[in-house]
Design a protein around this ligand. Structure first.
Ligand SMILES: O=C(O)CCC(=O)C(=O)O
Ligand SMILES: [Mn+2]
Length: 186
């Protein structure tokens, strides 16, 4: 479900991203096969998504510092819960928020979010900064995807039968895009 303009006020969210990345900086992760990902990432919450030669997984502490990830800011948690409820997923209890930073040349290839333990909980995904086109393939990674243009403040929620849907993101349009992806991972 696309909740157009659901995330407001955006300034508060931008400031929280700034604050989180001061403690757990954006970094370029590598795929298990050693290819650098084009989006830079960081996380907040009880765990953070990570990838390197050891595989895709959630880490309880930031491997760069050994410190716990910053807490999920109250404004993030409130937004994620409200969006999930509006989309029919109640209660949503995210324990992590992956923050993606896309420079104008960064994108994300087709994948599904499958490193979490609890697939009964949805994914709540928030766009900040520049707009971008999100591609939704559905349960199989082929055919022509649904193209969804995401603008700052838009929130996309997928769960239930769609929880393991394949999706991708194209390069942002004219600037840096940030994406908050809330998940129940542990
Ligand atoms: O940037 C987005 O809109 C989606 C990001 C995503 O799919 C992911 O982090 O798994
Ligand atoms: Mn994803």
């Amino acid at each position: 479900m696309l909740l157009h303009g659901f995330a407001a006020p955006i300034d508060e969210l931008d400031a929280a991203v700034e604050c989180i990345s001061a403690a757990a900086r954006f970094r370029q992760l590598k795929t298990p096969s050693g290819r650098p990902m084009s989006a830079f990432m960081t996380s907040c919450g009880a765990c953070g998504w990570y990838s390197d030669a050891r595989g895709y997984r959630y880490e309880l502490a930031d491997p760069l510092t050994g410190e716990p990830w910053p807490d999920i800011p109250p404004a993030f948690a409130a937004l994620a819960r409200a969006a999930a409820t509006t989309a029919g997923f109640d209660p949503f209890d995210p324990d992590t928020c992956l923050i993606n930073r896309y420079s104008p040349t960064a994108q994300m290839g087709a994948h599904r979010d499958a490193d979490e333990r609890d697939f009964s909980q949805p994914i709540v995904s928030v766009t900040l900064g520049a707009a971008a086109t999100f591609l939704w393939y559905g349960l199989e990674r082929r055919g022509s995807p649904l193209r969804i243009r995401l603008f700052p403040g838009d929130v996309l929620v997928w769960g239930g039968a769609a929880r393991k849907g394949y999706h991708a993101v194209q390069k942002p349009e004219g600037g840096t895009r940030y994406n908050l992806t809330f998940r129940k991972a542990l």
